[in-house]
Design a protein around this ligand. Sequence first.
Ligand SMILES: C[S@@+](CC[C@H](N)C(=O)[O-])C[C@H]1O[C@@H](n2cnc3c(N)ncnc32)[C@H](O)[C@@H]1O
Length: 385
Amino acid sequence: MAQQGWHAVLPQATHDEDAMRGFVYVLKTHLQAKVIGGNATVYRKLVEPEFKKKNGRSPKDRHEVRNEMVRQPYYQMYSAMQKNLQMISQDAVGDSIYRQLPEMIGNFRKMAKKPKGSLKLDPGLEVPRYLSAVDIHYSPGSYFAETTDDDVTAGARYDSGFYLYVMGALGRYNENMGVSGVHWLKEHHPNLKPKRILELGCTAGNSLTPYVDAYPGAEVHGIDIGAPCLRYGHARAESMGKAIHFSQQNAEHTDFPDGHFDLIVSHILLHETSRKAIYAIMKECHRLLKPGGMVIHLEAALRYAEMDPYDAFIRDWSTHNNAEPFWGAVKEMDLVDPALKAGFKPQNVIQSYTPLVTGTDYLMDTGRGNKAAGPKQFIYGGIKA
Ligand SMILES: C[S@@+](CC[C@H](N)C(=O)[O-])C[C@H]1O[C@@H](n2cnc3c(N)ncnc32)[C@H](O)[C@@H]1O
């Protein structure tokens, strides 16, 4: 795995910490290459024929596949290994962060002294229940816990943890989802020249920097619920020489004026919210956009209705095992309705795909050679009339 791109708040790994990350990398590669595929064999040779004998048909969706597969010892073994791997990954990055936290906070304070961008925090901001109810990805303290003054832990955990999770496939700066969004915009809306850009749920700002580079002169904003993510993102952006204005706000109701933005983006935000929140977020996006402005939300995996039930089941592992309870539901939700209710006209609702600018399907192979999905991003949004 290539070395993660350096910036002033990136936690550095010692030899032993690096060896632990190497172990995660090797075990994950092994699971993807040698173990996950066995589930497909168990399903095709054992589970599906048995189901057919009993019901006169094949399982119709991921739920029916799951009901049978969770009883299979092979799947139990695979799933337990995958879950342990997630927990080990958290330790593998956590050790470097806790060891260097005072130094990282010091670097945050240094970077915040003469900033090109800005940071505005709101300690009174309420954390929505869909974030407070679980530690998403089993990341201790989730995106928002404050363990000390000027804490940057959650941002550092996301940056290092995500890099390890995707095994570097999203670029040395975890930037390729943003690169994919820019790629789609340049291809489909080449005349778009946004003066103000906003990312919702920006975490460490890793997907936002490609928009700074692609639209020079634009005023770029990123909001998130978690203050430790925003502090980290701010220091990271300053260290990389990118002017970004970070503020702690809820994407369902921000304090920006009506019609303030030409372009609103998000990357893998929606699946960590809720059905109700998606309605509120689309309404807020419509309010914040200028006439002619556009919102695009990039989400990681394809719509389950377009997949074979087995592939949907195996890609749905995170719903049940990685503390991402909305992961599956959003892939089955009617997303046109929230856009229409928000005020977007039917002909202006966007549902599209873009190739993910990376060579591999970083999320989870289906065990059938990546043929079922491939590295694509789903794009959902709308253009304000
Ligand atoms: C998976 S992370 C997004 C990652 C990041 N955008 C990237 O490209 O890698 C989801 C982020 O959305 C934030 N978030 C979730 N709900 C939110 C809301 N209602 N308002 C603002 N941020 C929210 C979380 O705090 C978290 O940082």
